[in-house]
Design a protein around this ligand. Structure first.
Ligand SMILES: C[S@@+](CC[C@H](N)C(=O)[O-])C[C@H]1O[C@@H](n2cnc3c(N)ncnc32)[C@H](O)[C@@H]1O
Length: 228
């Protein structure tokens, strides 16, 4: 297990995201204020909507939402899956799952099941039609390992959709001197890893990948089809 992160040419240092208890405690602490960060980072609502569309959900589909958190897309995913479908949300944080549970009650989403566990311990009996990671990949200590794992949970012909963010290449020259402060802030809040290269990890899966960008090249929705 890799517990070090490398930061642009500097020495490797311990990656706090490698400890699931630490990650869970962090999200438990910010569960109630999570919406504030969403506003602070100006997450465009449009990219959440697009991520759900790219899942290609049909009646009866089985969908996995990895690091579901407070379940911002639950209603949009649960509705098209219908009575015969199933939505499974996995998360390490009880605080975040409690908020998702409130949403389930509010909208009476009875085809949703929440599991309090590390995604690496989730071994479904039946494969999923589609898997979503929304703003979750960059909070994982071992993103490549998580991607390999969830990729194996998808049926041939199914899809993996990843919604996440990066520092836009055009702003790198401005943000370079600010990187220590950005890392510091993210490690104390939503745990995004500004040094991670999410699209490189996704390309390594070997599926057919399409990427759409929002707010310049800050937010992206990547859809990777698992070939038959
Ligand atoms: C930034 S939040 C994203 C929440 C939500 N998906 C969204 O779109 O806003 C990341 C979530 O991933 C969860 N998480 C991190 N590592 C995990 C792991 N190894 N297994 C399951 N959940 C994990 C955290 O507890 C947190 O709730």
């Amino acid at each position: 297990m890799s517990s070090l992160i490398r930061t642009t040419g500097k020495e490797a240092r311990p990656n706090p995201r490698a400890d699931p208890r630490w990650v869970a405690a962090r999200f438990d602490r910010i569960a109630r204020s999570y919406g504030l960060f969403e506003r602070l980072f100006m997450v465009p609502g449009q990219c959440r909507k697009r991520a759900v569309e790219r899942l290609g959900i049909r009646e009866g589909h089985r969908i996995l939402d990895v690091g579901i958190g407070h379940g911002p897309q639950l209603l949009a995913i649960s509705t098209p899956a219908g009575d015969q479908g199933r939505v499974v949300g996995v998360d390490l944080s009880t605080g975040m799952l409690d908020r998702a549970r409130d949403r389930i009650r509010e909208h009476d989403l009875w085809n949703v099941e929440l599991r309090h566990m590390n995604i690496l311990d989730h071994h479904p009996i039946e494969p999923y039609d589609a898997v979503l990671l929304s703003f979750a990949l960059s909070s994982f200590g071992e993103p490549a390992r998580v991607l390999d794992h969830v990729w194996r949970c998808i049926r041939p012909g199914g899809r993996l959709v990843v919604l996440d963010a990066q520092i836009p290449p055009t702003l790198k020259w401005i943000t370079r001197p600010l990187m220590p402060a950005i890392r510091w802030f993210l490690e104390r809040t939503v745990l995004g890893d500004p040094d991670m290269r999410p699209l490189e990890h996704l390309a390594d899966l070997g599926g057919h990948m399409e990427v759409e960008w929002f707010r310049g090249r800050t937010y992206f929705v990547a859809c990777i089809g698992k070939l038959r």
